[in-house]
Design a protein around this ligand. Structure first.
Ligand code: HEC
Ligand code: HEC
Ligand code: HEC
Ligand code: HEC
Length: 442
């Protein structure tokens, strides 16, 4: 899992002139677009995005290609690992007739394979998760995006994918870092040897590594940026993706059983001697629990920022857990209602600003939930850890965290407690949190 180290820097205040981050009309994901893909070579010239150093007078870095091709795993690993032994084994266990690097079921996420008709002459699958995999096929915007006076909105109208919009960005990243209706890592693929997938939008945006700088100029050209909002929206979209699996007749079942990937892995995969059941979900022991890590994060976000929606949200989540466990109500109906509730939350979060007090309160709530045993499932503890470190990082950047050194030390203790999902102990996690709590209280 990725570890974020807290840094101390001056916070750039939200800009008054930036437009509110409203909901945009749905934009097709890059692989769904009908425009032609021109290939990475088109972007890579040293006068465009392939400069070895950053350009002083440009409003972008211009070395994006160099960052991507040298240190971004989307370029250096995503596609290449399909040739390794582990991938060969996965392909063999699944009974694929093609090798992993040619099988659509793998290249859909480990590379960028738009329809044949939209692959331009210089487009290469071996480029991996390339510029156009995220920014959209360049056919219509490649010329216009460098024209003097071209605005971001015009580029987006010409097919540039709006990666600056947190909702659109979350959909894009989650399409591969969780899956969607077109591509998906099932329990069968995991049972064949594929790793569990971890994702948290804000943390992963920071660790990609970024080939962009979000400064005044970026915000003037694009929109006001609030990393807490990105985190919150990422949680809501991830929760929706899980619910969408339950609602999708094609993905929700596997033979007699439901698709297991949406459940807490460790509700099945742990030793029987270690009885972990706690009444936290309001459902009885011996049930398979839905993976509710993102819903737990949202609970804290909503409690603090949308208190009027808190009760309704908690009721919808409880109804969902009970219905899925067969303890009352129809699961599909409960899933639909919760999903509709999440849509409302996303719309509200998209325009919400997060104050220092919000951050402190969310952080305190996460720690308290953890101390009360709400994260006895590994997935919850893992998300909570990334959330706490992101929130602490925001506080540190805003100069709101006093003893950054001590906080960092305590935070690495918390990271240690979730380093290995097989060895996860809820008790050790709680002990690490109690150390963390001491360093963040005022
Ligand atoms: C829905 C998207 C998706 C699909 C489909 C998918 N993968 Fe993955 N795969 C990922 C992501 C994301 C990771 C990184 C997991 C992490 O580190 O959190 C990954 C990780 C891996 C790894 C481990 C990589 C490493 O660096 O150790 C292997 C091997 C792998 N995938 C092979 C395959 C093969 C073979 C297939 C086809 C059968 C496949 N994947 C299908 C998204 C996908
Ligand atoms: C995994 C997805 C991904 C890939 C691959 C990717 N980018 Fe980006 N890129 C982003 C995100 C996210 C942003 C930040 C949001 C924004 O500015 O739109 C961004 C921002 C940018 C920016 C805007 C910086 C600014 O200040 O406005 C440029 C230019 C850019 N990328 C170029 C490239 C090039 C060139 C490549 C390929 C060499 C590439 N990107 C590959 C996701 C990606
Ligand atoms: C087309 C599919 C695809 C898209 C879209 C995508 N990724 Fe990835 N990403 C991958 C795969 C596959 C890997 C795994 C590479 C490996 O470790 O083998 C990966 C790896 C990463 C890693 C490195 C993880 C690690 O364990 O070191 C980060 C960080 C990341 N992605 C962030 C993002 C973000 C942020 C976005 C959205 C802006 C995004 N990705 C969009 C496929 C994708
Ligand atoms: C409802 C129970 C259940 C859930 C939930 C579940 N699994 Fe499984 N898993 C199983 C069973 C049963 C097998 C087959 C075991 C066997 O063949 O011995 C299995 C096999 C596996 C295997 C292959 C292990 C082997 O020895 O062959 C992996 C890896 C795996 N699961 C990962 C996961 C991950 C990751 C998750 C969560 C995203 C998950 N499982 C969720 C029940 C579950």
């Amino acid at each position: 899992m990725r570890t974020l180290i807290l840094t101390l820097a001056l916070w750039v205040p939200a800009l008054a002139f930036a437009q509110a981050a409203g909901q945009q009309a749905p934009h097709p994901l890059p692989y769904q677009s009908k425009d032609k893909n021109l290939g990475v070579v088109t972007c890579a010239s040293s006068l465009c995005h392939g400069s070895v150093t950053t350009w002083k007078d440009s409003n972008i870095l211009q070395n994006e290609y160099v960052t991507w091709s040298r240190v971004d795993k989307h370029a250096t690993k995503a596609y290449q690992i399909l040739f390794n032994e582990r991938s060969k084994k996965i392909a063999k266990n699944l009974g694929l007739t093609q090798p992993a690097h040619e099988a659509k079921i793998c290249t859909d996420c480990h590379g960028y394979v738009p329809a044949k008709e939209v692959q331009g002459e210089r487009f290469k699958i071996s480029d991996g998760v390339s510029c156009e995999a995220c920014h959209g096929p360049a056919e219509r915007w490649v010329k216009s995006h460098t024209a003097p006076g071209a605005t971001h909105a015009e580029n987006v109208a010409n097919g540039l994918y709006p990666t600056d919009d947190p909702v659109a960005q979350a959909k894009l990243c989650l399409s591969c870092h969780f899956g969607n209706k077109d591509k998906f890592v099932t329990h069968r693929i995991m049972g064949s040897g594929h790793p569990r997938i971890t994702f948290e939008l804000e943390t992963f945006t920071q660790t990609q590594p970024p080939h962009f700088v979000i400064d005044d100029d970026w915000q003037k050209r694009k929109r006001q940026w609030d990393p807490v909002r990105v985190w919150a929206i990422g949680q809501a979209l991830a929760a929706e993706e899980i619910i969408d699996v339950l609602l999708d007749p094609k993905r929700s079942r596997d033979g007699l059983f439901p698709e297991l990937v949406v459940f807490d892995c460790h509700s099945c995969h742990h030793s029987m001697q270690d009885v972990r059941w706690t009444p936290r979900l309001g459902i009885g022991p011996g049930r398979i629990r839905l993976n509710d890590a993102n819903l737990l994060m949202l609970k804290q976000i909503i409690r603090r920022t949308l208190p009027g929606d808190e009760k309704n949200y908690n009721d919808l989540v409880l109804a969902m857990h009970k219905a899925v466990a067969g303890e009352g109500g129809d699961a599909i109906d409960a899933a639909r209602k919760l999903r509709a509730g999440l849509d409302v939350v996303i719309a509200k979060l998209s325009t919400r600003d997060f104050s220092n007090e919000d951050l402190r309160s969310i952080l305190a709530g996460l720690i308290e939930d953890g101390m009360n045993g709400q994260y006895s499932d590994y997935a919850g503890a893992e998300q909570a850890t990334m959330a706490m470190s992101s929130v602490m990082n925001f506080l540190a950047k805003r100069g709101e965290l006093k003893a950054v050194g001590n906080a960092n030390k305590a935070l690495s203790g918390v990271y240690d407690a979730v380093k290995d999902d097989e060895k996860y102990s809820p008790q050790k996690y709680q002990a690490a949190l109690s150390e963390l709590r001491k360093t963040v209280s005022r």
